[in-house]
Write a protein that binds this ligand. Structure first.
Ligand SMILES: Nc1ncnc2c1ncn2[C@@H]1O[C@H](COP(=O)(O)OP(=O)(O)OP(=O)(O)O)[C@@H](O)[C@H]1O
Ligand SMILES: [Mg+2]
Length: 252
């Protein structure tokens, strides 16, 4: 069984069909990219999976269970974690605190979170803080852990967002244009981090990205969305040679 199964997903805004009858699956331990011109419906599809958007038709199943009627928080708790196209950090919190907000969903959902102020919850808080610091260090931004998010460079903010998303070791990561604003060496680092996650943790990654070389290098398979419809799907090499894809891109 696939980890994520999207079936006939359709999202309408008034008269506009932003996503039209899209079906695909994502397997554990793979990177699947979603590319396509501006306005193709990529972010809308992500938002529908994460439940920030309502499906007009279709279904989304995660580990075999329907998730398209859950709240965004419930989807996140099930293990579908995401980053946002336009940054989703709290500027007034430090990098470390931002990562902790990702971990707190887990803590709150357990009994521990209910025992406010107890020894056990303080212990779990300390463990979470330790893990957050470790992760930031692992991603090469340990030195900014205690700086406010708003004071970080664009690339550092991206990395903090990604650390927050993967802090709970989620089975599925949705990354919306993670390479935007990253300097080429940092891009390369991000690419290696994603591959390492996928290969060592079996994480599945669904990735929206315009940086085409990044996509070609990191992805196992690529889907192309144009005007809300999937027009192609295949390995990076197959997609590179697809005429319809070239037209969709050259046409913009
Ligand atoms: N909340 C909304 N209300 C109305 N229309 C919307 C809404 N959100 C998105 N759209 C429209 O849906 C279409 C798809 O937008 P979407 O943001 O999903 O595209 P995208 O593929 O992510 O583009 P980009 O590459 O520029 O990020 C666009 O025409 C957009 O204007
Ligand atoms: Mg988008």
């Amino acid at each position: 069984m696939a980890l994520l199964e999207v079936e006939g997903a359709t999202v309408q805004f008034g008269g506009l069909t932003a996503v039209s009858d899209v079906s695909f699956t994502v397997e554990p331990g793979t990177v699947r990219a979603l590319i396509g011109p501006n306005g193709a419906g990529k972010t809308t599809l992500f938002r529908a999976i994460a439940r920030d958007e309502q499906l007009s038709r279709g279904s989304v199943r995660f580990r075999g269970e329907p998730i398209h009627q859950l709240t965004p928080n419930e989807v996140s708790r099930r293990g579908v974690r995401r980053t946002f196209q336009n940054g989703g950090l709290f500027g007034d919190l430090t990098a470390l605190e931002n990562v902790l907000t990702g971990l707190h969903i887990e803590i709150d959902s357990s009994l521990l979170g209910l025992v406010v102020g107890s020894k056990r919850s303080r212990a779990s808080e300390r463990a979470a803080t330790r893990r957050a610091r470790e992760l930031l260090e692992m991603m090469g931004i340990g030195h900014v852990a205690d700086q406010f998010a708003r004071d970080l460079s664009g690339g550092q903010q991206r990395m903090v967002e990604i650390v927050r998303a993967l802090a709970t070791d989620p089975p599925l990561l949705l990354l919306d244009e993670p390479a935007v604003g990253l300097a080429p060496p940092v891009r390369l680092e991000l690419l290696e981090i994603i591959r390492r996650l996928v290969e060592t943790r079996g994480t599945a990654v669904l990735l929206i990205e315009h940086a085409i070389e990044f996509v070609m290098t990191v992805s196992d398979s690529i889907m192309v969305l144009n005007n809300g419809t999937l027009i192609a799907e295949g390995t990076p090499d197959e997609v590179r040679q697809n005429r319809e894809v070239l037209e969709a891109y050259l046409g913009r």
